[in-house]
Ligand binder design. Structure first.
Ligand code: PLP
Ligand code: COI
Length: 356
């Protein structure tokens, strides 16, 4: 249990106007959580302070070697006013999985969840309650040793910031267009693809720009070795419904083990749908679409929620998914996942943590 010191702001910012569309990730709340690490001393001095700039040495290791990690989860305002978190224990577990790969010291899972809860409680007035809005929570860790050699840092900062958000994609629940990238790769087996770290996202930017120029909103990555098998999208995992079976790439070390992905697999299995986690080639998708067997495609993620895909492009081939509308399963998953998150559907799976 952390003994968190709290220093409240004396200059609270105005809350966003109710009609503000809350463009994703642009507004930050009044407070942040911060905690230091030093070898020999461990994690110490947990505190909640006014949201403010962080002062670092230009030689801080994070600037040079990218030793950093981040997480993403959301707080929701239920209709009855309760504040709910969706599976925060999974974010805590994934933090430590990422930390292990990046040689960052672990954080006790209960401390991670406690820090999230206490910060959300203090900035609770910032949780929006309009349709498709929530309070996005961004925990992250950076290496701070002032040192220019390559080795794990001896000092770190763990911080959490909060941002009231609307839909991640401007399309909302309308299907997005996705570009299957055949030149750049995001990650390779044995690399850091399954870690949630900035390096994976900067690796994706050139392809993202290319896709945008072609009128596509996101990139779907192929495996880095054979460039044949589907991996994931820039900010979400991907699912296909082909002839009644729900397919998603297996966790092979180079894709992010999404918490929404895990939840969607559990729900589909409960509903009696056959689910396969395996290698899926781009060829198989093309064949399925040619034969009329491709029923639905959707992405899953904290920011993206359930995001239907209407159109995929690979080289000169276009895969049009049905009529480009929202599939029945995508809609049912969206309604169920958001229903659980907002407390409208009873939490029989132990996925909800209340902040009180
Ligand atoms: N894949 C990538 C690359 C992501 O950035 C995200 C977002 O967090 C996901 C998948 C989905 O993960 P989750 O459902 O845990 O948010
Ligand atoms: C999330 O869904 O939480 C993510 O981290 C995606 C992000 C790149 C906005």
């Amino acid at each position: 249990m952390l003994a968190i010191r709290v220093e409240k702001t004396i200059n609270p910012k105005p809350l966003p106007e109710p009609e503000n569309p809350l463009k994703f990730g642009t507004i930050f709340t009044d407070h942040m959580f911060i905690m230091n690490y030093e070898t020999g001393k461990g994690w110490h001095d947990p505190r909640i302070v006014p949201y403010q700039p962080v002062v670092l040495e230009p030689s801080a290791m994070v600037f040079h070697y990218g030793q950093e990690m981040f997480e993403g989860l959301k707080a929701y305002r239920a209709d009855d006013g309760r504040i709910l978190l969706f599976r925060p224990d999974m974010n805590a577990k994934r933090t430590n999985h990422t930390n292990e790969r990046l040689c960052i010291p672990k954080i006790p899972e209960e401390d991670f969840v406690q820090a999230v809860k206490e910060l959300v409680k203090i900035d609770a007035a910032w949780i929006p309650n309009r349709k498709e809005t929530s309070l996005y929570i961004r925990p992250f860790i950076i290496a701070t040793d002032p040192f220019l050699g390559v080795r794990p840092s001896d000092t770190y900062l763990f911080m959490i910031i909060l941002s009231p958000v609307g839909a991640y994609y401007p399309e909302g629940l309308n299907p997005v267009k996705i570009w299957i990238e055949d030149d750049y790769v995001r990650a390779v087996r044995g690399g850091i693809g399954e870690a949630k770290t900035g390096g994976n996202y900067v690796a994706s930017m050139a392809a993202q720009l290319k896709a945008h120029e072609e009128g596509y909103s996101q990139v779907l990555w192929l495996d880095g070795v054979e460039r044949k098998y589907i991996e994931e999208v820039g900010a979400m995992n991907i699912f296909f419904k082909i002839r009644g079976t729900v397919l998603t790439p297996m966790l092979n070390g180079s894709i992010l083990p999404g918490i929404t992905r895990n939840s969607v697999i559990a729900l589909c299995k409960e509903w009696g749908l056959p689910v396969e986690e395996r290698r899926i080639s781009v060829e198989e998708l093309y064949e399925a679409s040619k034969n009329g067997d491709m029923e639905e495609v959707f992405g899953t993620g904290t920011a993206a929620v359930i995001s239907p895909v209407g159109h995929l492009r690979f080289q000169d081939h276009v895969i049009q998914i049905q009529d480009g509308g929202i599939g029945e399963l995508s809609q049912k998953l969206y309604d169920t996942v958001t229903g659980i998150q907002l407390g409208r559907i009873p939490d029989i799976r132990g996925w909800i943590t209340e902040v009180k």
